[in-house]
Design a protein around this ligand. Structure first.
Ligand code: FAD
Length: 467
């Protein structure tokens, strides 16, 4: 028998794959994980969530010192210098430490790690580039994630026309960064470089940014980012982007057909991501894809091949690290015949701009479309003592609830620490709480979370306390 035989083999070590491997091992499965790159952690740890948040935090400090320190009575004598190289090095070190943590976890949980690109040779065998002996499995979980897409006429040369991966490791601060796509990744990176001094232009096909967010929230985010002098070209369709050597020429057309030329030193293409299945030889094992190229799975994450499952960005649903993690845990428990359930309506969405944006549940537009009789409560952050203390005055909390039953159906927040606040909305909705429940809970003072209670009071009986 092959020494490379495992109960379960996971392909891909992103938050879906590595968390799945840990849970499998906890449940007693002899588990292996295969990762194409030497560094574990996938997109999230290496070129996604962690490095982007590191640069967001560093650039936030810089921006605060330049723009906000003096209002707090802090005068800086002498020039505030920016060492961009060091900022990127720090980001690399944060990534390295986080990735090392995954090595530790694999070791601790006795998970065998293979480095190399995996491809199926039949329904129980995987070949790995650079490793002679095949790996044999009873069950396999595909967690190969996603990669950036481009527009058909744009050649991403990774030098001046770049994806988020290159934008996280630039060697110079762009003078003018053009971002194609007003989604989460484009806005987060746009704010990083705006804070560092770049002119930033966002070109978006739709008439709004972050189209999946509640309308009020994306309007407020647009307002705040415009105040920071990020330029937005909404309802503009890019039809050309060419690297001319020292600069990039980008052309876009507005609704009237008028053409706008952009000259920039870097053009970030952030128009979305697609499932990554290249090189897996899925046809050999009859694993079917849907029309978007994602692996088709049933409600137990089983593909059209009964030995092969898939989770995370490579299947349908929001492309989020915590969604991939939940699916990783769920599929491991399903293989152990345990009962498990993911409520996709309760997977929160976050944008780590400042102010942050976070939401859970349905938007107002979705609920109106579903003919649900709703009520809405809103409370502005600027009315909170905590917000005045920190000078983080932008944003609001919006709670949408069923008019009759008072059950909370959606929570949408834009404001300081929204990413951390949203879990109150998730918890409330998980337990099917009402606005009354939230309004009767003691919220610590002074905190941003008081806006949750006030928004609940507004939805309940239009009786907020502090406005
Ligand atoms: P991935 O993390 O993509 O991991 C897949 C792994 O599979 C990769 O390591 C890949 O090398 C490996 N692989 C692929 N093919 C093979 C093969 N044939 N053999 C072996 N290995 C293979 N999400 C959030 O929730 N919060 C955020 O703040 C956030 N920020 C982001 C910022 C950026 C700039 C980007 C790009 C993404 C961000 N995301 C964020 C999305 C998040 O990174 C993904 O949703 C998440 O990483 C998906 O996890 P996954 O396990 O499905 O796949």
């Amino acid at each position: 028998m092959s020494k490379n035989k495992y109960d379960v083999v996971v392909i891909g070590s992103g938050p879906g794959g590595y968390v799945c491997a840990i849970r499998l091992s906890q449940l007693g499965f002899n588990t292996a994980i295969i990762e194409k790159y030497n560094s574990l952690g996938g997109t999230c740890l290496n070129v996604g969530c962690i490095p982007s948040k590191s640069l967001l935090d560093s650039s936030h400090h810089y921006h605060d010192i330049l723009k906000n320190a003096s209002a707090h009575g802090i005068e800086i004598n002498g020039e505030v210098k920016l060492d961009f190289y060091k900022m990127i090095e720090r980001k690399n070190s944060v990534v390295n430490q986080t990735v090392k943590g995954i090595d530790f976890l694999m070791n601790k949980n006795k998970i065998k790690v293979f480095n190399g690109s995996a491809s199926f040779s039949n329904s129980s065998t995987i070949l790995i580039d650079g490793i002679d002996e095949p790996v044999i499995f009873d069950k396999c979980i595909i967690a190969t994630g996603s990669k950036p897409i481009s527009l058909p006429f744009i050649n991403i040369d990774k030098k001046r026309i770049i994806t988020s991966t290159e934008a996280l490791s630039l060697h110079q601060i762009p003078k003018h960064l053009v971002i194609i796509g007003g989604g989460v990744i484009g806005l987060e990176l746009g704010q990083v470089y705006r804070r560092l001094g770049s002119d930033v232009s966002v070109i978006e096909y739709s008439d709004r940014i972050t189209p999946f967010m509640d309308d009020d929230i994306s309007r407020e985010l647009l307002k705040v980012l415009k105040k920071e002098k990020i330029k937005f070209y909404l309802s503009h369709e890019v039809f050309q982007a060419v690297n001319k050597g020292e600069h990039v020429s980008v052309k876009a057309r507005d609704l009237n057909g008028d053409i706008k030329d952009f000259n920039c030193d870097f053009c970030l293409v952030s128009v979305g991501r697609k499932a990554y299945t290249e090189g897996l030889n899925l046809d050999i094992v009859n694993v079917e894809l849907d029309s978007k190229g994602k692996i088709k799975v049933d409600n137990k994450f089983q593909s059209s091949n009964k030995n092969i499952y898939a989770i995370g960005d490579v299947i349908s649903g929001p492309m989020l690290a915590h969604k991939a993690e939940e699916e990783g845990i769920a599929v491991a428990e399903i293989l152990k015949n345990q009962k498990t359930h993911i409520d996709y309506n309760l997977i929160p969405n976050v944008i780590y701009t400042w102010p942050e944006v976070a939401s859970v549940g349905k938007t107002e537009k979705e609920l109106i479309k579903e003919n649900v009789d709703i009520k809405v409560g809103k409370f502005p952050m600027r009315a909170l003592g905590r917000s005045r203390a920190s000078s983080d005055l932008d944003g609001f909390v919006k709670i949408i609830a069923d008019k009759k039953s008072d059950e909370i159906l959606g929570v949408h927040i834009i404001g300081a620490r929204a990413a951390d606040l949203i879990i109150e909305g998730v918890t409330a909705m998980e337990f099917r709480a009402s606005c009354e429940d939230i309004s009767m809970m003691s919220h610590p003072h002074p905190t941003y979370s008081e806006a949750m209670k006030e928004a609940a009071l507004s939805a309940l009986e239009n009786r907020p306390l502090h406005i």
